[in-house]
Design a protein around this ligand. Structure first.
Ligand SMILES: O=C(O)/C=C/C(=O)CC(=O)CC(=O)O
Ligand code: CA
Ligand code: MG
Length: 439
């Protein structure tokens, strides 16, 4: 059975002209969701869908009956200040609203007159985290990241013997997840300098980013039940970009034996737009274990997962320093990779998370884990790109970095493209390091 349908047809064009520009992140084949309002207004936040450089205000579209009658209750659910109610409605509802929007936004659609009054320019909008995230779990799905970071943290045992069998993760902190465009203060904490016997306390000196994708749970599961692999993807609403800011010096001192704690709980930045799993269907790729690696245990293995459980999402990290901003120069690319290199798929993460009976809830978020690719220039964090801070990275303006400085803005971008298929993008995930708070 093909996962493709009429909403993926590469020939589709929209009456919103900006959606048809080559290279646009939000053509009619994408239709990602966010929660927004007019910037600086006291309007309530509500759900919207991106088309070109505009947002379809779904609350207004529902109240003006600007979409097909069958889809109006789904659009109305998106009128809430978070997408949780819509996420809980499940894949049939998500698919029905996507189809209604695809048809109404096409060139020649009779809905044009009503729907064009429901558009808000993205340049006028501000966003919020699109779901009430009850729980956040961060995984570790890049074997390349796990191996190179493991060498730095544990030279004697870089890749733990469990790695190829268990999707490794830890329970993260939902309250400090913020939407793209915001800043956060450099964290302070305990660190242990080499050769010392007592920790220091002060601002983090090794502040890093982590290039990840966020995975939003749509429908949950009952506690003491598990979601089998062949149903796992039907519980996933979609993907976003995610930056898991990490205080490496705090991490190195605190992480044993229970894993990261304060080193990763002060800020996590997500992109505003969630690209649905349905929109990503054309960019599925086979998931193959390298020759000689063990096959996953049966509860993590299905023919469908092997055939197309991975997604080829292109990813890029850029740095814009204060110096670049004042000189008006373009941000510098630090690395680029693809999600296809991950060792565990979205379905495996969800099936594994629930196998012991853990209940997921609509709006829960997973981080994929740092998405480093196989070559050193594909690393998703500075700790890898600078070999643990020992080899500074040269920037095009003559500046260099080991770890992040105050005023640095980290920008992440993602997109999918494939010959004969539309290109779709994730927009941006950007966050800025502000100085530590003086106590
Ligand atoms: O102890 C280690 O090997 C490293 C752990 C992490 O950095 C945790 C993490 O955030 C995992 C990831 O993003 O891939
Ligand atoms: Ca992480
Ligand atoms: Mg974090």
């Amino acid at each position: 059975m093909s996962l493709l349908n009429e909403t993926h047809a590469p020939a589709l064009r929209s009456w919103v002209a900006s959606a048809n520009q080559p290279g646009a992140d939000f053509p009619i084949q994408n239709l990602p969701f966010a929660v927004f309002r007019r910037a600086g207004s006291d309007e309530t936040f509500r759900g919207g869908v991106a088309i070109g450089d505009q947002i379809v205000d779904l609350r207004m579209a529902a109240s003006r009956a600007a979409l097909s009658p069958q889809s109006l209750r789904f659009a109305a659910a998106c009128g809430d200040s978070s997408l949780n109610r819509f996420m809980a409605m499940g894949p049939d509802a998500w698919g029905a609203l996507r189809l209604a929007l695809s048809r109404a936004l096409r060139t020649g659609a009779p809905e044009r007159e009503l729907l064009s009054a429901c558009l808000v320019p993205q340049s006028d909008a501000e966003y919020t985290v699109p779901a009430k995230i009850g729980d956040y779990t961060d995984f570790y799905t890049s074997i390349h990241h796990a191996t190179s970071v493991g060498k730095l943290f544990r030279p004697e045992s870089p890749l733990m013997p469990n790695y190829k069998w268990v999707p490794i993760g830890y329970h993260g902190r939902a309250s400090s997840i913020q939407v793209s465009g915001q800043g956060f203060n450099r964290p302070v904490g305990q660190t242990m300098a080499p050769g010392k016997s007592e920790p220091d306390f002060g601002p983090c000196k090794r502040l890093d980013y982590e290039l990840e994708l966020g995975i939003y749970v749509g429908t949950g599961n009952q506690s003491c039940s598990s979601v089998p692999m062949d149903q796992a993807e039907s519980h996933v609403f979609g993907l976003c970009l995610l930056n898991d800011w990490s205080a490496r010096d705090v991490q190195a001192w605190e992480y044993q034996p229970l894993g990261p704690f304060l080193s990763k709980n002060f800020a996590t930045t997500v992109s505003p737009w969630i690209v649905t799993l349905e929109a990503l269907a054309p960019y599925r790729v086979p998931f193959a274990r390298p020759e000689g690696d063990p096959q996953p245990l049966p509860y993590l293995d299905t023919p469908a997962n092997r055939a197309g459980g991975a997604f080829d999402v292109q990813l890029q990290v850029l740095l814009e320093s204060e110096r670049m901003r004042s000189a008006g120069s373009a941000p510098a690319q630090l690395s680029a990779t693809s999600y296809r290199h991950a060792y565990w798929t979205v379905a495996q993460l969800l099936a594994h998370h629930t196998v012991g009976g853990c209940n997921l809830q609509p709006g829960d978020l997973f981080g994929s884990g740092t998405l480093s690719g196989p070559t050193p220039d594909q690393a998703g964090a500075l700790i890898e790109l600078t070999s643990g801070g020992k080899e500074p990275l040269s920037l095009p303006d003559g500046d260099s970095r080991t770890y992040l400085l105050d005023g640095d803005t980290v920008i992440m971008r993602g997109w999918c493209e494939k010959p004969g298929t539309a290109r779709i993008g994730f927009g941006e995930c950007r966050g800025t390091v502000l100085p530590a708070k003086q106590s």
